[in-house]
Design a protein around this ligand. Structure first.
Ligand code: 6CS
Ligand code: FE
Length: 298
């Protein structure tokens, strides 16, 4: 159902999360559950209410060392540097993210398919899951740039065609996360509110948005209202700890001017009952290395 600017495009699907609208719109209550399965892991006890959970020591120190070496290898691979999956910083040209790392690295593929990892997503989503996106994020010291406030689901719905927020992200820290080095901030409970965003999605929007997102971000008034309602907390923890979070939670990060770099392995699990359709608000689906077109369960 791809369209060009000259086509008249009629989408007959029911869209419970309309976004990329002509103008401002009021916040919507989420009509879908957050937890679709049965939570057994005690670390996930507050996931439903908070929309996130911090898991200490998900990786052992030895695993942290091995995966740190693995992501250094990926960032230093000259062939990958020329690959579309490698996103560089706008200003410095340093590697910012590498996508589809579960296909680029056998070690990462093995890690994310282990029951202790994928089992977290299965408990929350109540079904088999597949990998919608995976990436490594590198935030260097001194001039690492953050991500402005956003809901991931807003983009995955608009641009990748995920019908419902039935996906979770797991960010596994490979460096220590301090309050000062650009660690992720989240608004607890904000996953229950969908914030429609204004502005239509240009073709190939991902070429800009992965460096700096400007469309599909909430207004300052939206952010202020949500922050006043939910508050803001930060994911801090030692290397090897992890943050599991709902696809619709409002989150963002500041720049990192400290000497302490920050990097993580990031994997998005989506329910096999929520597979990507045509985008809800974009001219064409994004490439499979950003939003998977392969729904094979993990
Ligand atoms: O594009 C994505 O899939 C993710 N990256 C950004 C910068 N925003 C939306 C989502 O978190
Ligand atoms: Fe995000």
């Amino acid at each position: 159902m791809a369209y060009t600017d000259s086509d008249i495009y009629i989408d007959s699907r029911v869209d419970r999360y309309p976004t990329r609208l002509v103008g401002p719109s009021s916040h919507l209550d989420r009509t879908d559950p957050t937890v679709w399965g049965r939570i057994e892991h005690e670390g996930l006890a507050n996931f439903d209410a908070d929309g996130f959970a911090i898991l200490d020591a998900l990786l052992t120190p030895d695993e942290v060392a091995d995966f740190s070496a693995e992501i250094d290898r990926l960032a230093g691979d000259p062939a990958l540097r020329e690959d579309d999956r490698c996103i560089v910083e706008k200003a410095s040209n340093r590697v910012r993210s590498i996508f589809e790392v579960h296909r680029l690295s056998a070690a990462i593929a093995d890690l994310v398919s282990q029951p202790r990892i994928v089992g977290l997503a299965r408990q929350v989503l109540g079904s088999d899951v597949y990998i919608h996106q995976s990436r490594v994020n590198y935030m260097p010291g001194f001039r690492g740039t953050g991500f402005y406030w956003h809901s991931d689901f807003e983009t995955w719905h608009a641009e990748d065609g995920l019908p419902a927020p039935r996906a979770v992200s797991l960010s596994i820290a490979l460096t220590d996360n301090y309050p000062v080095n650009g660690s992720l901030m989240v608004m607890p409970g904000s996953h229950r509110t969908f914030v429609p965003c204004a502005g239509s999605t240009p073709a190939e929007h991902y070429r800009e948005s992965l460096q700096e997102q400007e469309i599909g971000v909430p207004t300052r008034a939206d952010i202020t209202a949500l922050a006043n309602e939910c508050g803001i907390t930060q994911f801090t923890g030692a290397a090897g700890s992890a943050l599991l979070f709902d696809s619709n939670i409002m989150h963002g990060s500041s720049n990192n001017i400290t000497p302490y770099p920050r990097s993580n392995i990031f994997v998005v699990f989506n329910s096999v009952e929520n597979t990507a359709q045509e985008p809800f608000a974009a001219p064409a689906p994004r490439p499979g290395y950003i939003g998977s077109h392969d729904f094979t369960p993990v």
